[in-house]
Write a protein of this length. Structure first.
Length: 496
């Protein structure tokens, strides 16, 4: 992975070398330190603002090279616009700031505004934006056939009045960043390297942080009667795994909250094979499981005060002499039978059994599943919102709020008896597809048949886990979507 910046917090002092970044609003008045740099450079900042016609627009930047009278390589102006900045703006501002100083070894980010101080929380979000922006999945790029030389680390000092508060807030936001980057790494990794077994090993590695991780293999999954999941896996030479990550940070005996992830390490579609064009993207069909793994990393590393289960169903969906056929009928762990109309609607088969397993064994307070479940959610919502489906209005409200706060936004889609009817089967209790229309909803109705009375939300991340347009905080194919959203949900409503 590309080198991540080394981030430190410091009181505001005149930077003596490297780059200095200062914030600038639309009224173009300089903060105290910018004023000091401007004076020391005989007005280089004000002249540059004028010469470049810099307007201080949010996220815009202007570089001033080697200003006279200063020992700095660059002074960088970073626009903050004129409106009050939201938390998500500070995050994206950090990303934009990182882009402006990128690659240079030493930078001071001076978080001071003409109108007043920057809060510790905002400075920490700025740091998170810098870190997320720095991520680059370049481990398979070589130079002349050899691994690329590691570039020197970028050292960033974030300067602000409440630097101690910011350093404290960063202890938490740093591990949330790490969880997000772990999820990105898992999604970007190709399926030849990351099969079910290798993914399970990544989950197992969370034990080093203090979690307990249980891995179920073929024989155990058979003993658990998880035949819906096993049916998907049977066309692959690489056996399935279910990983259960357990964190007990709450009161002993309190029911856990549970996160369940679809981990199809590669989805060819099976016998209902997908067209060749773009099929390589199906290496990301474990984006739900990646988000659950990254989330568990974050919650465990920050010692969240709550009992949590993270459960991921890991399979590969391949066509093969032993693959499941359209028309096959499988008996799920719940006892309900499923007619497999289309082997490409495999994610719901995997999730059905993992949801049942988690519900029966752990009796959780709620279950939230994340899955790259349907192409239809991309048609409905694009890359901008994940679709949520739920039996709990309260949880939807909490998630919407967490989405606004983190920028990982969600949009609720409906469930109803009429949609549910669409997956009735003439041969079994249900079929795994509901026809052409409302594809994301009928997929969610399918899952709903396995959650019983438990509060539940299904998050369809097919549009948000990967392939999103590049932005201030992500330049990579995989986004790590879901880690920040759900960490926030837990922090705001389910801890302590
Ligand atoms: N993994 C896909 C959904 C998907 C599509 C994820 C595009 C990411 C990007 C899923 O398993 C699938 O194939 N769904 C089918 C369902 C259909 C057969 C009912 C789909 O969406 O076409
Ligand atoms: Mn599929
Ligand atoms: Zn799939």
């Amino acid at each position: 992975m590309a080198k991540l910046p080394v981030i430190k917090f410091h009181p505001v002092t005149a930077p003596k070398s490297g780059n200095a970044l200062v914030l600038l609003g639309k009224d173009l008045s300089l903060c105290a330190m910018a004023e000091e740099l401007n004076t020391a450079s005989q007005g280089a900042l004000s002249r540059a603002i004028k010469a470049a016609d810099f307007k201080g627009d949010l996220f815009a930047s202007q570089v001033i090279l080697a200003p006279n009278g200063l020992e700095l390589d660059r002074v960088i102006l970073l626009g903050i616009g004129e409106k009050d900045l939201l938390d998500t703006d500070w995050l994206r501002l950090g990303g934009a700031g990182m882009a402006a100083v990128k690659g240079f070894e030493k930078s001071s980010m001076i978080l001071q505004r003409a109108e007043g101080e920057v809060s510790a929380e905002h400075a920490s979000l700025f740091a998170m934006g810098m870190k997320l922006r720095s991520y680059d999945f370049d481990k398979y790029k070589t130079e002349k056939g050899a691994p690329k030389e590691d570039k020197p680390s970028v050292h960033v000092t974030i300067q602000l009045a409440d630097h101690e508060g910011a350093a404290k807030a960063w202890e938490r936001d740093d591990v949330i960043s790490n969880g997000t980057l772990l999820a990105r790494d898992l999604v970007n990794e190709p399926a030849n390297i990351l099969g079910p077994e290798e993914f399970a090993a990544k989950a197992k590695a969370l034990e080093a942080l203090g979690a307990e991780v249980e891995i179920l293999e073929q024989a155990e999954l058979e003993a658990e009667n998880m035949w819906a999941l096993l049916g998907v896996a049977q066309g692959s030479v690489r056996g399935p795994r279910v990983a259960i990550i357990k964190w007990n940070g709450g009161e002993q005996g309190d029911a856990p909250i549970a996160f369940i992830g679809k981990g199809v390490v590669f989805d060819t579609g099976g016998i209902s094979i997908k067209p060749a064009g773009g099929m390589e993207e199906m290496k990301g069909d474990m984006g739900g499981a990646a988000a659950v793994t990254g989330l568990m990393h974050a919650l465990i590393a920050r010692k969240a005060k709550v009992n949590v289960i993270g459960a991921i169903g890991l399979v590969e969906n391949m066509p093969d002499g032993n693959a499941q056929r359209p028309g096959d009928i499988v008996t799920s762990k719940s006892g309900q039978t499923i007619e497999v109309i289309n082997t490409d609607a495999e994610g719901r088969l995997v999730l059905a059994d993992v949801l049942t397993y988690v519900k029966e064994i752990y009796e959780p307070r709620f279950m939230i599943d994340l899955a790259t479940l349907t192409g239809a959610v991309l048609v409905a919502l694009g890359n901008q919102n994940a679709g949520i489906f739920s039996n709990s209005d309260e949880m939807c409200a909490q998630l919407s709020q967490a989405g606004e706060a983190t920028g990982e936004t969600v949009w609720r889609l409906p469930l109803s008896k009429d949609y549910d009817k669409m997956i009735d089967s003439q041969f079994a209790d249900m079929k795994n597809t509901g026809g052409r229309w409302a594809g994301s909803i009928t997929a969610a109705q399918f899952l709903k048949r396995f959650v019983g009375e438990t509060d539940w939300v299904h998050i369809d991340v097919a549009g948000t886990a990967m392939g999103s347009p590049k932005n201030e905080i992500n330049q990579s194919w995989a986004s790590g979507y879901g880690v920040r959203l759900l960490d926030r949900l837990v922090a705001d409503h389910y801890e302590g």
